[in-house]
Ligand binder design. Structure first.
Ligand SMILES: Cc1cc2nc3c(=O)[nH]c(=O)nc-3n(C[C@H](O)[C@H](O)[C@H](O)COP(=O)(O)O)c2cc1C
Length: 180
């Protein structure tokens, strides 16, 4: 890690933001993961940007999908964050371990996360990094009876070890050989 990265990481460590759980489905396969990289990216029309790691099962299923649900879990739902952020759809069926209802295009809507929206993909931007930027246009949105005052913040999930590290993205064996 060089000096720029170290100082950049220091700046990023000063930020806190709510965690989201992004779900999708394609070809009858459901996927979803915990996401910390996300932000509103347009006003009129409204757009939302989500960055998916190329290492994730959700990225691979999402590449074939158009509809995505973005859930805002509440501060007492660390267990749900652990399920979606600490395990991978490559190894377990997360949707056998939580309550959900099928939404548009079969996208699983998490019953315990009433704060959520479903968006259609408007762009899938690959700038060559370890994440892609998925742009979503909200098609339906819901706010739960308890409102949005108690979201689950990054600072509350720091101990969760990601099911896939970003460095696990597919690399051609020939590139790895050349790096050695
Ligand atoms: C605090 C935290 C933040 C994360 N942020 C992101 C993120 O912004 N984008 C992403 O694609 N994965 C992110 N992850 C990683 C995935 O949630 C994790 O690797 C998950 O197990 C992948 O599941 P999948 O393989 O079923 O898609 C984060 C994980 C944690 C613990």
């Amino acid at each position: 890690v060089n000096d720029v990265t170290r100082r950049f990481n220091q700046l990023m460590a000063g930020l806190d933001h709510p965690m989201i759980i992004v779900t999708t489905a394609a070809g009858g396969v459901r996927a979803g993961c915990l996401v910390g990289f996300h932000a509103q990216g347009g006003i009129d029309p409204p757009e939302y940007a989500v960055w998916l790691s190329k290492a994730n099962h959700t990225y691979r299923v999402g590449a074939l999908a158009e509809a995505f649900a973005v859930h805002f879990p509440s501060s007492d739902q660390r267990d749900l964050a652990e399920l979606f952020g600490g395990s991978s759809g490559d190894d377990v069926d997360k949707f056998e371990r939580c309550r959900w209802t099928s939404g548009p295009d079969g996208v699983p809507l998490l019953d315990d996360c009433p704060n959520r929206f479903v968006g259609r993909r408007t762009a899938w931007l690959d700038a060559g990094s370890d994440h892609v930027c998925l742009m979503l246009r909200p098609q339906q949105a819901e706010v739960g009876p308890e409102g949005i005052d108690h979201l689950l913040w990054l600072g509350e999930v720091l101990g969760i070890e990601a099911g896939h590290g970003a460095e696990e993205r597919q690399r051609p064996r020939t590139v790895d050989a050349a790096d050695r």
